[in-house]
Design a protein around this ligand. Sequence first.
Ligand code: AMP
Length: 527
Amino acid sequence: MSVPDKATSSRKAVGIDLGTTFCAIAHIDAYGKPQIIPNSESERITPSVILFDGTNAIVGTLAKQNAVAEPEKIVDFVKREMGKSKAQFHREFNGKIYSAEELSALIIKKLKNDAERYLGEPVTDAVITVPAYFNDAERTATLHAGQLAGLNVLQVINEPTAAALAYGLDKLDSDQTVFVFDLGGGTFDVTIMKIENHHIRMMASNGDHRLGGKDWDDIIVNWVADEFDKIHGENPLLDLQSYQDLYNRALTAKIQLSSRTRTTIVHSYNGKSVKLDLTRDEYENRCRHLLEKCKTICEIVMQEAGLQWSQIDRILLTGGMTRMPSVRDMIKAISNVPVADDVSPDEAVAIGAAVQGVLSLLSEEDKLGERVLPQEVRDQFSSEDGSLIKVTNITTHTLGVVLWDDGKVEEYVFPMIRKMTPVPVETKNSFGTAKANMKNAIVRVVEGESTVPGECTPLGICDIELPPFLPKGSPVELTYSYNENQVLEVIVDAYGRQNRVQIARNTGLSDSEIETATADLLQIKVV
Ligand code: AMP
């Protein structure tokens, strides 16, 4: 997180919803009203698709339209790869290897460039959203993507928190509990938020970041491919071009079935073709298991929050997939709670992020003791006593440390910060060294709900050298500090020595790597 060093007057903050399939960008106008910023194609959302064309990166609809003609030059669904190291995921174009955060940076650059053109001023700062269920590495990668695109990232916030901010902005005087159901192109997130006394507080959250619209698309793709194979004895998915073509047809069919009860899919490959009818009922049957997964996650989050559906006042639907009738019917059937109809599923998250951006700038104004944003803007985001709207998030994973259990003679995970703890948070604990004469205290930081180290995800290591000849059980103090962006800092203290490590896991680009990558990305023209 770069600390802003510029005066607030020369800054313009935007909110960015960096979606798996679509992105949106919003700002707060001079009257304090949130507005979506259209892209240079005059669209309110931009497909998260990149087409590499020589030294140009074409982002958005044009790239998406070319997916069939030039599938080898296309990158999509990058969000699903965020947090992976270059070794785990990369794409190569023109001899350059791109990581997931660099690819995302190109998408953000397109949004930034178009916003600057539209607003007629430079965009300096941004709040970027992530699924609540994103872990540390995925959040850090998102933060870096924003920085690589040349933005000062004020905060990385949860998508459901942003949706609740967008929804709650004009309802802050009426206390209510809202259930945010966010089913996007690639991720599913459910979160319970409480709006109380101008304070928006996250109560519980769960999700599956590999469940989204793409899984519904794949059902049609695989069904058509199977039918094609049965009729012609050939698999049309083996050819990249044919796959992209079928994928686009499946997407269109899925969207049609949200407003029509039947559709027809035609697919041709290698001079052969199929023409298949699909009814909404049949499609819903084929996708039943996906909806069941969503239902189970909704029930789990209600249990985690210790709430009954009767205690929920509103359901907020975000993510394009919530336009699907079966998704709406399922949530209505299990909850019997009214759905808020004044939020746009595609725009609420970006708008909420823009609100958070202005809140961050306003609180910086307060810290610096200077007022540059118009009073109308401040009024929109303050309660009657003049205090700013407050937003509190919670942790969505337990952060622990691996310790040695002498009794059981095995390692176990001690939870330092438990899941569902409000952030920012700092916890301290003192532990004894496992053996006499230990040369180093090595803290292994893990994330997960199990006490078995092998069942948790390793996040990183923080170690210090110890003085010689210490007896077994000598105290080592450990501090976990989790900031508002849900990025973890671990501090180990013993005998006047200290080591402080920001856990950035395998994505961890160093400051110099960010600088180099930013310079590299400047060579690419983003259109
Ligand atoms: P998001 O990432 O929130 O933009 O969600 C996009 C997902 O919603 C993609 O999988 C789209 O195919 C899907 N989607 C958008 N509109 C509709 C619709 N009318 N019916 C069904 N799915 C839709």
